[in-house]
Design a protein around this ligand. Structure first.
Ligand code: FAD
Length: 322
């Protein structure tokens, strides 16, 4: 079986969950090989974590360029590794950065590119990627027909499945292209940590809409999210009203999420909101209007006032956990 390169997302010296999902999916297509860039002294620990999810090889490259410049150093490294290793596919997480890296990489390799896959399958003629498009109204299956398939996969497309593999580390010295220094990072400001998972990667998302009634109304949403270990989302109506930060907006013009569980509280279910959450595995809606369109989409619905339902649910979850 050929190698499947997986660009490993890492932060603060740890492998991130979307990378474990990619490694799990890569096993369906061939032998996963992790590409670990700019991890410094943490590379060995990240490689070991990749091995615990099936990576037989870790291509490790380190250089200040990975931190000092935007995306291009990653493209240089992946291009070089791909040309030497000759993989059967290259997988990248569908983040904004990941999609830019994948697009540039595909161009350099003369390959076809598929973005935002929600599933992958092996096929005799190469990987088959499933996408959910047009506000999830259509499911499309596609295959790259030219070059090495470069595919970006949305977080939560698969559950990480551990498997013990001894991971061989191969150090790579990257020759950076003149384009590398085109866009330099001039400053970084750390976001205030909320202690909650990242919205696009969270297994559970609890979102509030206009029905929450104000910024202070998000307290019940946050309390439930914290009881569930979930991320907090918001509809555009709530964000535009200034009740919750824009970074939390879910939908067509916000973030696309596909968690295991999406709980929408006080959200009507407009098409633009659905576009960002319709591929969630289980959808629960809490709305006091039985005619709200969100109920057409929900797996479970509670007709009721969110200020009664959410605190009760939070209390029961906390009690259940003991
Ligand atoms: P509403 O539609 O006003 O719904 C509020 C709901 O709360 C109602 O169903 C009501 O019954 C319920 N409710 C009220 N009080 C309570 C209570 N106490 N308990 C329980 N339920 C209660 N929207 C997005 O969300 N994301 C996007 O990315 C996005 N992009 C857009 C892009 C474009 C180009 C356009 C035109 C629109 C976009 N919108 C987006 C806006 C979208 O059309 C809707 O206006 C928006 O989603 C509505 O938000 P909402 O459901 O919170 O509010």
């Amino acid at each position: 079986m050929g190698e499947v390169l997986v660009l490993v997302d890492h932060a603060d010296g740890r492998i991130r969950k979307p990378a474990l999902e990619l490694l799990t999916l890569a096993r369906r297509l061939g032998t996963p090989a992790a590409v670990i860039l700019g991890a410094g002294d943490d590379a060995a620990a990240i490689a070991a974590a990749a091995g615990d999810h099936g990576a037989a090889t870790a291509y490790v490259a380190d250089a200040p360029e990975f931190a000092d410049y935007l995306v291009v150093p990653h493209v240089d490294a992946l291009t070089q590794i791909a040309r030497t290793a000759g993989p059967t596919a290259i997988l990248v997480t569908s983040s904004q950065e990941g999609k830019e890296i994948a697009a540039r990489l595909a161009l350099r390799l003369g390959s076809g590119l598929i973005t935002d896959a929600v599933d992958l399958e092996a096929d005799d003629s190469g990987p088959l990627a499933t996408q959910s498009v047009f506000a999830s109204s259509y499911t499309v299956t596609s295959r790259v027909t030219q070059g090495t398939p470069v595919i970006t996969v949305k977080p939560n497309a698969a559950s990480p499945e551990p498997t013990s593999t001894s991971c061989r580390i191969e150090h790579v010295t990257v020759e950076f292209s003149p384009a590398t220094t085109g866009t330099k990072v001039v400053s970084r400001t750390a976001r205030t940590a909320s202690g909650r998972p990242e919205l696009t990667e969270a297994a559970i998302v609890v979102s509030g809409g206009r029905g929450v009634g104000g910024a202070e109304g998000f307290k019940v949403v946050e309390d439930l999210a914290d009881a569930l270990g979930a991320a907090v989302g918001a509809s555009r109506a709530a964000v535009d009203a200034g009740w919750y930060p824009h970074a939390h907006q879910v939908g067509q013009t916000g973030k696309q999420v596909a968690p295991q569980l999406y709980l929408a509280a006080g959200i009507s279910g407009a098409i633009q909101h659905r576009a960002g959450m319709q591929t969630s595995k289980v959808i629960v809606a809490v709305n006091k209007d039985p005619e709200a369109p969100i109920f057409d989409l929900a797996d479970y619905g509670v007709i009721g006032d969110l200020f009664t339902v959410l605190p009760e649910l939070t209390e029961r979850i906390i009690a259940h956990r003991g």
